[in-house]
Design a protein around this ligand. Structure first.
Ligand SMILES: Cc1ncc(COP(=O)(O)O)c(C=O)c1O
Length: 382
């Protein structure tokens, strides 16, 4: 968000900045969902709903997750929140005691670490490598497991790397989870943005762990609805109840109008809208990844989901670059690219991955091509 705000500042000053920082689809919200919200306003669906969301929505989400996982969820196992970010926040607040350890594979989505800290618990970062495609396995997790280990955060497809766990990789994590009394928080915000289906789902691989799993999802990425703010958690009733207690004294429920939009989204066929978006993301992914790999000193794995590329820039660090600067960290590199060629990227330090950077390709192919041309120019060795 800091990169984005600097990009906005420069744009406001009339600069032609290309920002690869955005964490949201560039597509508009599908028209029928907007209409459902407008109708909700007109029929005065503008009052408080139940804490955790209206029953019809919770039932629709329970049905959706039952279909996804094969596990018969009920509405009592669902709560909706103001974004998946709040679902995660409440999960950590409800489930962690001070001193509890939460395993967070790196590179990670930035808020996990801060949310765990806000809950008084201890984030334990589990580093991964490019060779492992930024993924953890049971053996690696075992090295970081102590009697205080309480939660593992799983995120597939992942932000910032775009990696998707395979069935075998999830099975290895499940074997570890079975021998350690841990809770799995499965952040599935990007589950609809997968380029080579099928998408291996955690609870399909480890259905026996459903009583220790909280699935987090929401409207933001799948339906291009980041500003509407709707996320949800599905899990064992005791955990959802504990989260509801906090929610009832904080913000009660997401906006009634957003809930009406969500009910529409979760009870209607919007597959063609989603497919249009995913097909565009796939074409952009193919282009951007090969273009990044063509830049000397840069290498990038092929992401299987989400809308981020996560290249390794360490080959250009420490070298004098075309516009006269030597960058020692990817943070310095991000500032150099903004200063020299007006391109915004998010440096990897922010995600626990020095030397890397995240480029969102949620923008037109023409903009991506222009942005990558500028980066290639700026990264020419002097
Ligand atoms: C991995 C991941 N989880 C959760 C979220 C939260 O999304 P929201 O609060 O918009 O539902 C995001 C948003 O960027 C994300 O990237």
């Amino acid at each position: 968000m800091a990169v984005e705000s600097r990009v906005k500042q420069l744009r406001a000053a009339g600069e032609a900045v290309i920002g690869f920082g955005a964490g949201e689809p560039d597509f508009p919200t599908p028209e029928p969902i907007k209409q459902a919200a407008i109708e909700a306003i007109h029929r005065n669906f503008t009052k408080y709903t139940e804490t955790g969301g209206m029953m019809a929505l919770k039932e629709a989400i329970a049905a959706r997750e039952t279909e996804n996982t094969g596990i018969p969820f009920t509405a009592a196992q669902v709560a909706t929140h103001t974004g998946g970010k709040e679902s995660l926040y409440l999960a950590f607040q409800a489930l962690c005691e001070p001193g509890d350890e939460v395993l967070i594979p790196a590179p990670y989505w930035v808020s996990y670490v801060e949310q765990v800290r806000l809950a008084g618990a201890t984030p334990v970062i589990v580093p991964t490598t490019v060779a492992d495609h930024f993924k953890v396995n049971g053996e690696l997790l075992a090295h970081y497991t102590t009697p205080r280990t309480r939660i593992l955060v799983l995120n597939s497809p992942a932000n910032p790397t775009g990696m998707v766990y395979t069935q075998e990789e999830l099975a290895s994590i499940a074997a570890w989870a079975r021998t350690n009394d841990v809770i799995i928080i499965s952040d599935e915000l990007y589950d609809r943005i997968v380029f080579e289906p099928p998408y291996p789902r955690w609870l399909r691989v480890a259905p026996d762990l459903h009583d220790r799993t909280i699935v987090v999802n929401g409207l933001s990425k799948a339906y291009a609805m980041t500003g509407w703010r709707l996320g949800y958690a599905v899990g064992p009733e005791w955990a959802i109840k504990a989260m509801l207690k906090i929610q009832s004294h904080s913000n009660s429920h997401p906006s009634s109008i957003t809930q009406a939009a969500a009910l529409y989204a979760y009870t209607h066929d919007l597959e063609s809208e989603i497919a249009t978006m995913v097909n565009a993301f796939r074409a952009r992914r193919d282009w951007i990844v090969s273009a990044l790999n063509a830049i000397p000193g840069v290498s990038c794995l092929l992401p299987q989901g989400a809308f981020y590329a996560f290249p390794d820039f360490s080959g250009v660090l420490g070298k004098r670059l075309k516009y006269g600067r030597v960058c020692h960290t990817s943070e310095e590199l991000a500032m150099y690219l903004l200063d020299a060629v007006r391109v915004g990227i998010v440096h990897g330090e922010a995600f626990g991955a020095p030397g890397f950077a995240r480029l969102s390709y949620a923008m037109s192919l023409e903009q991506i091509q222009e942005g990558i041309a500028r980066i290639a120019d700026a990264l020419t060795f002097a």
